[in-house]
Design a binder for this molecule. Structure first.
Ligand SMILES: Cc1cc2nc3c(=O)[nH]c(=O)nc-3n(C[C@H](O)[C@H](O)[C@H](O)COP(=O)(O)O)c2cc1C
Length: 303
């Protein structure tokens, strides 16, 4: 008999514990050329706002040792395009869709959430209070327990969908923010978003990003992400989606034994478009070899 890869995140039933990091998978269209998207446990789409956002000036990405910095600034086509163009495409697949929600203001988060509430095919909302690359909203809320609670409470009242709050690592006490999100009604948490950094060209003596700062992701952030997932998962009683530098099934299992019920593959998608499905296969192989019956058997079992 095969192992049971399925997991539950709030009311989202995932056939395996692997989703993708918001913003690293677009809205699925480009990745559908590589594999059947129904293989994923869930698809998490790019941050979506009420109106289209232009994003920041170029250059917006730079490669760094074992990672990358991005300052996309949440460029997206807005909620109408998500509902009318992106969702009909994604509904072809047998996979829950999680929409990453962003806003410049509390009212914007609430309006986006209430408009997505009854859209067919959307299983959950990931409230992005942790994007470091926009000047108003977003991380401004997510760096304090009060700000986080305010957004989660507002969105909670606007929708019955499963709510996942995406936490910022750019704080000193992530556990207090995690707790505030749960107390305000978040069904699950996801972490980490990117770590703020910068890069400079020494010859030109210029910043490499037009925005000056950007968010660091990739293998370089994994030890920080793993520590935060461990600390948060042991302190709250809701499921955690772990992410930050996951490149292989071994990395994914580290996050799961640290306490994550599910994981997201982010920057790895740019390096190897097949990364997420290879990680699903690798998790299955690991559980089989180790004699475990299900993913749940190893969640939070590190000692
Ligand atoms: C190019 C790029 C765009 C991103 N856009 C978003 C976004 O729209 N919303 C969000 O919550 N996180 C966004 N992220 C953060 C990722 O979803 C993820 O939390 C982070 O990159 C850490 O995981 P990784 O190291 O596996 O990439 C983005 C990351 C990258 C690299």
């Amino acid at each position: 008999m095969g192992v049971d890869l399925s997991v539950e995140v709030g009311r989202i039933r995932m056939k395996n514990p692997v989703t993708v990091g918001s913003g690293t998978f677009g809205f699925g269209r480009e990745m559908a050329d590589f594999y059947d998207l129904s293989q994923l446990g869930a698809i998490t789409v790019k941050g979506t706002s009420l109106e289209p956002w232009q994003g920041n000036d170029y250059p917006r990405t730079v490669e760094t040792p074992s990672g990358m910095l991005n300052a996309i600034g949440l460029q997206n086509d807005g909620i109408d395009s998500l509902i009318n163009e992106k969702m009909p495409f994604l509904r072809q697949y047998d996979v829950p869709v999680i929409v990453n929600v962003v806003g410049h203001s509390l009212e914007e988060y609430i309006e986006v959430a209430s408009r997505l509430d009854k859209v067919e095919g959307i299983a959950g909302l990931e409230i992005n209070v942790s994007c470091p690359n926009v000047k108003e909203g977003c991380m401004v809320f997510g760096t304090t327990p009060q700000g986080t609670a305010e957004v989660v409470r507002g969105v909670r009242a606007a929708t019955g969908l499963t709510l996942i709050t995406k936490l910022s690592p750019n704080v000193t006490d992530i556990v207090s923010i995690a707790q505030a999100a749960v107390d305000a009604g978040s069904d699950a948490l996801s972490l980490i978003n990117t770590l703020m950094g910068t890069a400079i060209d020494p010859w030109a003596r210029k910043f490499r990003l037009a925005n000056v700062t950007g968010g660091l992701s990739g293998p370089a952030v994994k030890p920080v992400a793993l520590r935060m997932v461990y600390e948060v998962a042991r302190s709250v009683d809701v499921p955690v989606i772990g992410m930050g530098g996951i490149m292989t099934a071994g990395d994914a299992i580290e996050f799961i034994v640290a306490g994550a019920s599910a994981i997201a593959v982010g920057t790895a998608n740019f390096v190897n478009p097949m990364a997420a499905v290879e990680i699903i296969d690798g998790i299955e192989e690991y559980l089989t070899k180790m004699g475990f019956a299900s993913v749940d058997d190893i969640v939070g079992t590190v000692s």
